[in-house]
Design a protein around this ligand. Structure first.
Ligand code: PLP
Length: 449
């Protein structure tokens, strides 16, 4: 990358004057001006290069600027940039076919949205219309999107400011042994008690009032908590028993992230509705959607589905999805993520955990890993308090600053750092990033007791 600080200064000045950023106090942020990106790296206008261990917002599953996907977008733009959703269009038909081929069970109809949050909105609307019931159950420690309904089912502090009297949403605790709400000591206990807690929640809410249970197959931003064996199958059974629609949100976990096409495949569970976005086309053009079971699709066979979007199945976004899915299949990206996850990332992170007292737990699979950072391994006190801001968040900011100084762009949320690089990252790149992570963890160690 050629340095061009003047151009960078202009980009930054216009940003600071006019761009209103997500989730931010506008005067307290200092966005990095990015000059370019390729593969697993991006660089700034000073010519400083970063290895992206965050995949953007965990969505560039095939890295930046994959030449085949860029070419497919260019070809589609030359041929048919856009077309209204009521028509049958080649890129849209083909994207739906390729996705339906990979979704579990009979989730064979695809409703396209612009991203993840509106996919969740539509999945929950479908569930309410299908069952005629008003309520939705969702988990604490979850994220489902920033629009009104999606943020209300979210189980993290981003919900609080937009909580519209919960809008028919009831939260429950999903399993998470490291910070068990159930005084469990083993995964089996955690699983059994979490299922019992869900059953009790349903009994007290009234099973006949509950349209859907929505869960991330593996919660992402909230901490990559792998559900214990049997949990999702148990939720499936509970849903069947009470006629509740089971929605799995695979916006972050889907499309290769976990070393399988969909994380539901790891647990052999088939939901009634499954949401996706991000990795479907590596976020090159905004796209999301809902994969719909035969039974729910049948509800809208003779009765119109009362919902839609101007850009549902946008040809440019769908062409990017077709190219991305084909590239992932041809290049074995999903298998690559599974292999490097097991052979390189997991052993390296476990080894880091042995040497760094700040690492409380390592968990994950594929290219989807979390390090839970703590002040004290015995008490498991988080390195920063839940939802810490300002000075209270300093240990994590210091950790992130060190990583960046060593050319690694980390994913940081509360007291965790996630190792979520592109699924096609090379082994050499991974090792380079893990070495920088090692150095940055030494900074986190300084805040332990
Ligand atoms: N669901 C999950 C599991 C997510 O991780 C996200 C985004 O991070 C969303 C939904 C929302 O997606 P979007 O930001 O595309 O609206």
């Amino acid at each position: 990358p050629q340095p061009n600080p003047q151009a960078g200064a202009a980009v930054k000045a216009a940003d600071r004057a006019h761009v209103f950023h997500s989730w931010s106090a506008q005067e307290l942020i200092d966005p990095l001006a990015v000059a370019g990106a390729e593969g697993s790296y991006f660089w700034d206008y000073e010519g400083k290069r970063y290895l992206d261990f965050s995949s953007g917002l965990v969505y560039t599953n095939i890295g930046y600027q994959h030449p085949k996907v860029v070419a497919a977008i260019q070809e589609q733009a030359a041929r048919m940039t856009t077309f209204a959703p009521a028509f049958a269009v080649e890129a849209r038909s083909e994207a739906a076919r390729l996705i339906a081929e990979r979704t579990p069970g009979d989730l064979d109809k695809i409703f396209f949205t612009n991203g993840g949050a509106d996919a969740v909105e539509h999945a929950l609307r479908m569930a309410r219309l299908h069952t005629g019931r008003p309520k939705v159950l969702s988990a604490y420690r979850s994220y489902h999107g920033g629009t009104q309904q999606a943020v209300n089912v979210t189980g993290d502090p981003r919900r609080w400011a937009s909580d519209s009297g919960t809008a028919g949403v009831v939260h429950f605790w999903a399993p998470f042994l490291y910070r068990s709400r159930f005084y469990a000591e083993t995964e089996e206990q955690e699983c059994a008690r979490a299922l019992e807690h869900l059953e009790t929640t349903i009994a007290f809410e009234g099973p006949g009032t509950i349209a859907a249970i929505v869960l991330e197959t593996i919660p992402g931003t909230a901490g990559i908590m792998m559900p214990p064996a049997g949990y999702l199958a148990g939720v499936r059974e509970i849903c069947d028993k009470h006629g509740i629609v089971f929605v799995l949100d695979e916006v972050m976990a889907g499309f290769g992230r976990t070393g399988t096409w969909f994380a539901a495949g790891l647990y052999d569970v088939v939901p009634d509705l499954m949401t996706f976005a991000k990795g479907v086309n590596s976020g090159y053009v905004p796209l999301g959607g809902v994969a719909i079971s035969a039974e729910i699709a049948a509800t809208f066979a003779e009765r119109p589905y009362p919902g839609g979007l101007t850009y549902s199945g946008h040809p440019l976004a769908c062409a990017a999805a077709v190219a991305t899915i084909n590239v992932m299949a041809e290049e074995g990206v999903v298998e690559h993520a599974a292999r490097l996850g097991a052979e390189v990332v997991e052993p390296a992170l476990r080894e880091l955990a042995e040497r760094h007292p700040s690492v409380g737990e390592v968990r994950g699979t594929g290219m989807f890993w979390a390090l839970e950072l703590v002040k004290d391994r015995e008490t498991r006190e988080p390195l920063v308090p839940y939802n810490a801001t300002g000075q209270a968040a300093a240990p994590m900011s210091a950790f992130a600053a060190s990583a960046k100084a060593h050319g690694l762009w980390p994913f940081v949320n509360m007291n965790r750092t996630h190792v979520v690089p592109p699924c096609n990252i090379t082994e050499a790149e991974l090792k380079e990033g893990l070495a920088a992570l090692d150095t940055a963890l030494s900074v986190a160690d300084e805040y332990t007791r």
